[in-house]
Design a protein around this ligand. Structure first.
Ligand SMILES: NC(=O)c1ccc[n+]([C@@H]2O[C@H](COP(=O)([O-])OP(=O)(O)OC[C@H]3O[C@@H](n4cnc5c(N)ncnc54)[C@H](OP(=O)(O)O)[C@@H]3O)[C@@H](O)[C@H]2O)c1
Length: 402
């Protein structure tokens, strides 16, 4: 088997993991020839052969020996420039950049087709859990009804410390940052963006439909308070940050990211710490569950390695479901049941429930439980982002079958 010559962009958490994993993989038949980083001056934990590092993308893109580019930089604009240029030149790419991929998927698919090359990105959604390729290949039929899960390890780690170890939210967040599970600026994770980008990528491989990230309601755990945590504990449930894409009927589907009250007995109830878990539900087979490490240096590198070895067999995503007839259409015209904590006895301006089933108004906090449309939640996102407000999904009927 011919050895693949890899040009690696990025030598941080994931890049160094790839270097280690590839260095010890006996059957990868691939070797890193050059590594492009942002700053040559930075001290590296791993000693590299003389001349291997560069800060010029052209040193890799112009090198005719390079068969495959692996792109794991932390900057979405730089990632976009590197990946699109490589694809235009017909060089296949493996990437882990969920934000870039989710925002530019239609263009990236077109570039692959026009230049007869491939972009693989299993590492971008759920780290070591092989979700994308499974959705693309095994679930290659009309039976899929729902993909739902915990896609963000950082927020799950924080919620786990709160619900399983009795810590308060602020201490749990600080601990996650200290251990490297959450960034110094954790908003990408705790405001739901990381889960949103992964969900957009999952949706195109699950149902063959691309939905722009800005068209999807994504709400995180940034405003959760001790009041909400107490409410969940009293009800005997945990709060988890859940992303879901759900077929409502033959013609329509919806997707969103929202904290959810998860009851014991649900598969995702026991997905703790920095782990991810994905439930796939379909006609004929009911539910299937995938569980594993969704992030981190070596787990993510293992997924990249799998994409690298797939390139030995010229594997590429075919996006077959995009050409299926009768693909469902995205709608946010769906009623959810939610818990809403608000600062005073009145509901925040603009928030209108279709039906209220429970209200609690007291000096230590107020909440309302009832039915509300997803479209109205999207329209009032700015109000819901206020620190005095917290929203949590209460799963029901078609959304409670996992
Ligand atoms: N960390 C995870 O667990 C994980 C999991 C799945 C996917 N991902 C994705 O993988 C990517 C990398 O994440 P990471 O955690 O490894 O980030 P990281 O530790 O911050 O490392 C980023 C690397 O990118 C390099 N870089 C930045 N701009 C560049 C440019 N213009 N050209 C070349 N190199 C550039 C940096 O160079 P310097 O070293 O010189 O600063 C650094 O080596 C991100 O897209 C992330 O979303 C990460």
């Amino acid at each position: 088997m011919k050895e693949l010559n890899i040009g690696l962009f990025g030598f941080g958490t994931v890049g160094t993991g790839i270097y280690k994993v590839l260095g010890s993989a006996r059957n990868a038949h691939a070797a890193i020839r050059r590594i492009c980083v942002h700053s040559l001056a930075k001290k590296r934990a791993i000693e590299l052969p003389e001349g291997m590092l560069t800060d010029k993308a052209a040193d890799i893109l112009d090198d005719p020996c390079i068969d495959l580019i692996v792109e794991v930089v932390d900057n979405a604009e730089a990632s976009y420039a590197i990946v699109t240029e490589a694809l235009r030149r017909g060089i296949p790419v493996v990437s882990g950049n969920k934000a870039m991929i989710a925002r530019h998927l239609p263009e990236l698919i077109e570039l692959q087709r026009a230049n007869n090359t491939a972009l693989l990105y299993d590492a971008s959604a759920c780290g070591s859990i092989p979700v994308i390729r499974n959705l693309e290949e095994y679930y290659d039929n009309d039976l899929l009804l729902e993909v739902k899960g915990i896609l963000n390890g950082s927020s799950n780690y924080i919620l786990s410390r709160v619900f399983d170890h009795g810590e308060n939210y602020a201490d749990a967040l600080a601990k996650a940052q200290r251990l490297g599970f959450a960034e110094a600026d954790p908003s990408f994770d705790i405001k739901g963006f990381d889960s949103l980008f992964k969900l957009v990528i999952i949706t195109i491989h699950a149902l063959g439909v691309y939905v722009k990230p800005e068209d999807v309601f994504a709400y995180g755990i940034a405003t959760i308070s001790d009041f909400d945590i107490r409410y969940a504990r009293e009800k005997g449930v945990k709060i988890k940050l859940v992303a879901q894409v759900v077929k409502l009927d033959e013609g329509r589907f919806t997707l969103f990211v929202m904290p959810e009250f998860v009851a014991p007995g649900k598969y995702i109830y026991s997905v703790d710490d920095e782990y991810n878990g994905v439930v796939i539900r379909g006609e004929c087979y009911d539910r299937q569950f995938m569980f594993g490490k969704g992030a981190g240096s070596l787990p993510t590198a293992s997924s990249i390695l799998s994409d690298v070895t797939a390139r030995h067999h010229d594997y590429r995503y075919e996006y077959k479901k995009m050409s299926y007839s009768g693909r469902p259409v995205y709608t946010d015209d769906v009623t959810l049941r939610v818990y809403l904590r608000h600062p005073g006895p009145e509901l925040p301006d603009g928030i209108k429930f279709e039906k209220i089933t429970e209200r609690y108004l007291s000096g230590d906090g107020c909440y309302t439980v009832g039915n509300i449309s997803l479209a109205s939640l999207r329209a009032n996102k700015a109000i819901l982002d206020d620190p005095s407000v917290f929203l949590c999904n209460i799963p029901r009927f078609f959304l409670d079958l996992d």
